[in-house]
Design a protein around this ligand. Structure first.
Ligand code: CA
Length: 249
């Protein structure tokens, strides 16, 4: 049906998102007028005031509540978060996980709570995010399992060593492809490593990334249709299993 296919187009999703965007602009303006802190600091304050220390699930619930009722947070959210949970479970309790883009620490808490013997390395460019995320992770009682590195992914990836079992990509969308290729070039993926790319739905124009993982022959890959975090707008995650470099002819 033509209506169904057009609803998947970027323009259609953007149009459907306009009321949400307008609501968010009003919320942001109101918060600024009231002298409230920026959204990350406001989210941190909510966590410190309302969540239970040492209980990661409580931290996630409070951040979800903040994103729904106060101001939007570009976390992976509770819906696509279930897909991420499955990937972490499959990677196992001692997995070594890499995250590109930490923001408030929501996904770091989500991942690390399922890694009792594992470790998460998270790369985040924004120093303000790093400061907030470290406090959120610490409050959740997960600081020993999470290393947050402040820096651009293009600088930090070459400094990492050893393959990761799972990589969660959720930072600046135009960097997805170059950073994935850098992970390959620096031997940070092994056959069987899983790469979870968030926000590759129609709104985000991730064609180059999707064309690459689907066409390069290095991955077994699948698109999981979902919604943009905390909204009903279409989005998706691409979950790709690295098969190793293409065999020489
Ligand atoms: Ca995201």
């Amino acid at each position: 049906m033509s209506e169904a296919s057009s609803s998947s187009s970027r323009a259609a999703v953007i149009l459907r998102g306009l009321p949400l965007l307008a609501r968010e602009l009003v919320r942001t303006a109101r918060a600024r007028f009231a002298g409230e802190p920026d959204r990350m600091r406001a989210a941190l304050e909510w966590v410190l005031e309302r969540a239970e220390p040492g209980r990661p699930d409580s931290v996630l619930e409070v951040l979800d509540e903040f994103a729904r009722s106060k101001r939007f947070l570009m976390n992976v959210g509770p819906v696509k978060g279930l897909l991420l949970d499955e990937c972490v479970e499959r990677a196992g309790p001692a997995a070594r996980v890499l995250e590109l883009g930490c923001f408030c620490g929501y996904s770091a808490v989500r991942i690390a709570r399922r890694l009792p013997q594992g470790q998460l390395v998270s790369v985040e460019k924004n120093p303000g995010s790093v400061e907030v995320a470290r406090q959120v992770v610490d409050f959740a009682g997960l600081a020993e399992r999470v290393e947050i590195r402040q820096g651009a992914s293009s600088d930090e990836i070459p400094r990492l060593a050893g393959a990761f079992d799972l990589v969660f990509i959720d930072h600046h969308k135009p960097l997805y492809l170059a950073d994935l290729q850098a992970l390959e070039a620096h031997a940070l993926l092994r056959p069987g490593s899983v790469v979870f790319a968030d926000n590759v739905g129609p709104l985000f124009g991730a064609h180059e990334y999707l064309d690459y993982v689907r066409g390069c022959g290095h991955y077994e890959t699948r698109y999981h249709r979902s919604t943009v975090e905390y909204t009903e707008l279409e989005d998706g995650a691409e979950i790709s299993v690295y098969r190793g470099p293409k065999a020489e002819a």
